[in-house]
Design a protein around this ligand. Structure first.
Ligand SMILES: Cc1cc2nc3c(=O)[nH]c(=O)nc-3n(C[C@H](O)[C@H](O)[C@H](O)COP(=O)(O)OP(=O)(O)OC[C@H]3O[C@@H](n4cnc5c(N)ncnc54)[C@H](O)[C@@H]3O)c2cc1C
Length: 404
């Protein structure tokens, strides 16, 4: 092979392959190869590396370029279905008190969520407040109290509100970097810039062939986010019916004369728009869920226009400038629970996919649950105590049959 362009990054123990240049072909055997170095792959690598020889392989030149780098960074225990909520509750302790050396600054900052409704939405707000499974932290607010907290809300639009003060903003980059660093310290190897990979199951082991080398392991983890079904197909494994959905977000300048730092996330009761403070600006999203094929997704002008229109309907702050716009893919299977576990029909093929819009807030518990299942151990007791059951995560569960 021609000259190697392999740059070790001392901090992360990473090997990065230059996009333009020819690379050295490496060849190595591992216990586990994890495809995808987003939040899912990085967190599982950190959990497994103390116990197994792990390769974390990423097609892009940087880790976290897709869903992980594009999230709204919210933590709400009451967001998602019962399994997602249970995994998020089980993740809270880690995010609030990470192990020493994991991060330099707090990973969570309190951020309430305020649900708002106009006259038409009031019955749904009432239903949310009185639902048997309603979060105990959720309480009613009068429109006046809501406007006191967020003075740009239009009094002529607002008919009712509810507040949940248990939420937080997360420092997603710090969590992701913390996991990558922990994985490296425990001996995992991170290889970036792999580009296309060929997957084969040969003589009882998975072989990954790529421009950066050939790697083998008895266990292959599919933590490729929106690409998880496409990767399964390439591996000759039955898919699970994963649907990536585009969500768009923009930032706009903060309204002048307001200290927005302590504003809650404001979300309309039908989840058609939300906004929240974000590094001195307002982050705004039309909360869209547009089905897409996996790709490096870009925001559509129409989504941006819809976000602005919905925002201006409930807030008296005209949007004159968009500072930044982006879109990312939130990937769901039919029952909107994550898919975690060995595929019963493909030896050594392990799924860690379908994190939807909650893959950051449930990452700590999901990674520990995944590590336990991969090592053929029971779910950690604290996670099971929250009501998480391995069968609800299994790739072969009834809800996913016939979906692939
Ligand atoms: C706009 C938006 C807002 C969100 N808001 C929140 C929020 O507030 N709170 C929350 O908890 N979650 C939120 N999410 C969801 C969260 O971002 C995701 O659930 C999470 O990032 C998924 O992580 P992942 O590692 O599975 O996927 P990704 O981060 O997409 O990582 C998958 C990786 O796999 C790589 N890959 C693909 N194919 C291969 C291959 N063949 N070999 C090797 N690597 C491969 C990709 O390049 C990518 O880096 C949001 C998502 C979006 C888009």
């Amino acid at each position: 092979m021609s000259a190697a362009v392999v740059r070790p990054v001392p901090d992360l123990g990473t090997v990065v392959h230059d996009a333009q240049a020819p690379v050295a072909i490496m060849s190595s055997s591992f216990d586990v190869i994890i495809l995808g170095a987003g939040m899912a792959g990085a967190s599982l690598a950190a959990e497994l590396a103390p116990q197994r020889k792990v390769l974390l392989l990423e097609v892009e030149d940087e880790a976290g370029r897709h869903a992980t780098g594009r999230s709204a960074a919210m933590f709400f225990e009451s967001y998602g279905n019962a399994t997602v909520c249970a995994l998020s509750r089980a993740s809270r302790a880690f995010l609030e008190h990470p192990p020493a050396g994991f991060a330099d600054a707090p990973l969570m900052t309190p951020r309430a969520a305020m649900f708002v409704a106009d006259v038409e939405g009031l019955p749904r707000l009432e239903a949310m407040l009185s639902a048997p499974g309603a979060a105990p932290t959720l309480r009613r607010l009068t429109p006046a109290a809501a406007i006191e907290r967020v003075p740009i809300l239009r009094p002529e639009w607002l008919a009712g509100a509810a507040l949940d003060e248990s939420g937080c903003d997360m420092d997603v980059a710090a969590i992701h970097q913390g996991y990558l660093r922990s994985a490296r310290r425990a001996g995992a190897q991170l290889v970036l810039g792999a580009r296309e990979t060929m997957l084969a199951h040969e003589a009882g082991r998975w072989v990954v062939r790529s421009r950066v080398g050939e790697f083998g392991a008895p266990v292959l983890v599919n933590a490729t986010g929106a690409w998880a079904d496409a990767v399964a197909r390439r591996a000759g494994v039955q898919t699970v019916g994963l649907q990536p959905k585009r969500r768009t977000a923009v930032t706009i300048p903060a309204p002048e004369g307001h200290d927005i730092r302590r504003w809650p996330l404001v979300i309309d009761i039908d989840e058609t728009v939300y906004f929240k403070p974000d590094a001195g600006q307002l982050l705004l999203s039309p909360a869209n869920e547009d089905p897409m094929d996996p790709c490096d997704v870009a925001p559509e002008e129409l989504d941006v226009a819809i976000a602005v229109d919905r925002f201006e309907t409930l807030a008296s702050h005209p949007v004159r400038r968009i500072n930044h716009r982006w879109a990312g893919l939130r990937s769901f299977v039919a029952d909107k629970s994550p898919v975690v576990g060995f595929d019963a029909r493909a030896e050594g093929f392990f799924w860690l996919a379908g994190q939807g819009g909650y893959g950051i807030q449930m990452a700590p518990a999901l990674a520990r649950a995944a590590a336990a299942l991969l090592l053929d151990r029971p779910l950690p007791a604290d996670i099971a105590a929250q009501g998480v059951v391995a069968a609800d995560l299994a790739p072969g569960r009834p809800a996913l049959r016939g979906q692939g």
